[in-house]
Write a protein that binds this ligand. Sequence first.
Ligand code: GDP
Length: 444
Amino acid sequence: MAFENLSERIQKALKNLTGKGKISAEDINTASREIRLALLEADVNFKVVKDFIKKIKEEALGKEVQESLNPGQQVIKIVNDELTKMMGTSSTTLTKSKHIPTIIMMVGLQGTGKTTTVGKLANQLIKQEKARPLLIAGDIYRPAAIEQLQQIGTELQVPVYSEQDQKNVAQIVENGLKQADQNKNDYVIIDTAGRLEIDEPLMAELEQVKAVAKPDNILLVVDAMTGQAATDVAQGFDSRLDITGIILTKLDGDTRGGAALSIRAVTGKPIIYTGQGEKLSDLEQFYPDRMASRILGMGDMLTLIEKAQQDYDAKKAEAVATKMKENTFDFNDFIDQLEQVEKMGPLDQIMKMIPGMADNPQLKNANFDKKQITYVKAIVSSMTEQEREDPELLNPSRRRRIAAGSGRPIVEVNRMIKQFKQARDMMSKITKGNLKGMDQLPGM
Ligand code: GDP
């Protein structure tokens, strides 16, 4: 999970401030020191850290904070606001051309995930706007890059323009754009070559492509796992190509977060998307405020809801909401929901987006084994239709039968049924607007 270490340490530094009736300058200095170290260890650019700490101190030592009723929370708010600013304040979207096609040129070093991201972006545009993109294979040096893009094209049922023996990339792009005009594609996404490091021939080639394509967007793909080095790469590309935005890939494997936190402040260019896995659906729009909340363990319900909505049928959602309210949510609905959740991605990542869950010690050690979902499904499928609709029928002898049928221990069956009932009661309360008890959840 991205930012795991940083998140833990900042939260620890801030925890000491919450609940205090009054906080002293010394308290703020101590917390600032810890946050500073945490950021440096997360590989955030030192100048960015310095400015950040300076602002935190200035604001936190301000009169209003010290005199406020809840100074600890005020400081958390300041840290949250400054973290958000560090990553760019508001979310940035693609620039759309007035006339079709909108042209997107992807650049970046080799292995950062450029080709994969071309596919992810096409996939997202298709899903969100029913777009009809054309992909242009402009990476003619890396063996298999063209085939990789063609495979992605087949998977997404999107045309890919490529030329086998052409060595002039700008020419390929020019021809590809003609095809897009003929076919009236609304987006063109150009994959370009990368190298292990920035060199002159690469930059010269990219400048030629830029001159021919006149892209509306030049997106730099950088690997989050390279930390601060990513910011140097970004500066290098930006100085030659004047990039319009950044896509930060492999955030799923980046436990430190240095690139995500420094790159905007250092280059002045916004992160537009993040890559969070290898699948074509693993691309998220970047929201600085939501990312800051996630780092501070305050959850990210908005992203969670959007993830759910992407594949979710609104009518079904409404029906489930009614059932929750009426407390008639049954095991069939439960399995249905589990399947929806499974579609959204790895459970441990999803749980961390729920407020209060990110720093929940129980969650930290929980092992979200995909098998658990399979076991729950096995238990439910060993129930009769009547039992699924009416969990009250589940007496001890029925439970024994279900345990035998599903091959799971009876204690597990009992625990699952108990948890199901508790969750159902809680959902019913929440949907009726009775939030009593919710405030006892951590982080609320
Ligand atoms: P390119 O050389 O820049 O075109 O890189 P590729 O698109 O071939 O990607 C290199 C490797 O990174 C592949 O194995 C991808 O599956 C992987 N990859 C790309 N994006 C992500 C991401 O967001 N998360 C993870 N975990 N892997 C990614």
